[in-house]
Design a protein around this ligand. Sequence first.
Ligand SMILES: Cc1cc2nc3c(=O)[nH]c(=O)nc-3n(C[C@H](O)[C@H](O)[C@H](O)COP(=O)(O)OP(=O)(O)OC[C@H]3O[C@@H](n4cnc5c(N)ncnc54)[C@H](O)[C@@H]3O)c2cc1C
Length: 226
Amino acid sequence: MYPIGRVNDIFEKTYPFAWLGILAEAAPSWEELIYANHENGFALFSMRSPKITRLYLQCRPDEDLSKWSDDRVWENLEKRLSFPGDKAIQRGKILQKSVTTMRSFVVEPMRYGRLFLAGDAAHVVPPTGAKGMNLAVGDVWLLAQALATFYAKGHTDLLESYSDRCLRRVWKAQRFSWWMTSLLHRFDQNDAFEYRRQLAELDYLTTSRAAATVLAENYVGLPWHS
Ligand SMILES: Cc1cc2nc3c(=O)[nH]c(=O)nc-3n(C[C@H](O)[C@H](O)[C@H](O)COP(=O)(O)OP(=O)(O)OC[C@H]3O[C@@H](n4cnc5c(N)ncnc54)[C@H](O)[C@@H]3O)c2cc1C
């Protein structure tokens, strides 16, 4: 049995930037998500429905939202997400504006005695890889099976192995989220070498089938038991 009172280990990393996110009443300008590494910072275009878009700009963790008028937000999105010859981004009424700080966090094991942890209570990823909710659902799937087996048959093996089985997947998602974040953001302390390295990696990703397959496998999601 897992000893009650054992101290959990915490692994944590914070990032020197945040995301200024908006929800806008605007039809999506493109059919695909767009991730941009711009000299002014990261930007992301995504959509929620045929009439609602969700967009993000890299900003400072202590960014003062009162200094970001709607026009300033749209101007920065247009600058970071525009491509020569492409159509302009569709503007619309901004329904929500917020700043999300970025961190990586894992607590091990994902239990304390008879208390089992799942989702953000046990691990947080930076949103770049879009893995947070997926990890939470994965945890609950495994925990539900373990609890059902315990109450139906009295077996504790799935409960005992719950944390180890989750953590293998959690750490792979942590690695992927950290990699996406490092690839796409501007770090204040980065020198010209680091920027060239990021560009070379993006070039490799978009020209090598092997590299694109690795990205796709991780982005779509690894198997439950990997
Ligand atoms: C800006 C942003 C974008 C994101 N985008 C994505 C994405 O594209 N894809 C993805 O997979 N993930 C994404 N995530 C991450 C995702 O939202 C979280 O990882 C996920 O919601 C975690 O689920 P959870 O159930 O563990 O926690 P939560 O969704 O936070 O649920 C916890 C619930 O507990 C409630 N609660 C808290 N304290 C108490 C209390 N004392 N008593 C009772 N109830 C309480 C809260 O109100 C909340 O409803 C994003 C997160 C952010 C911030």
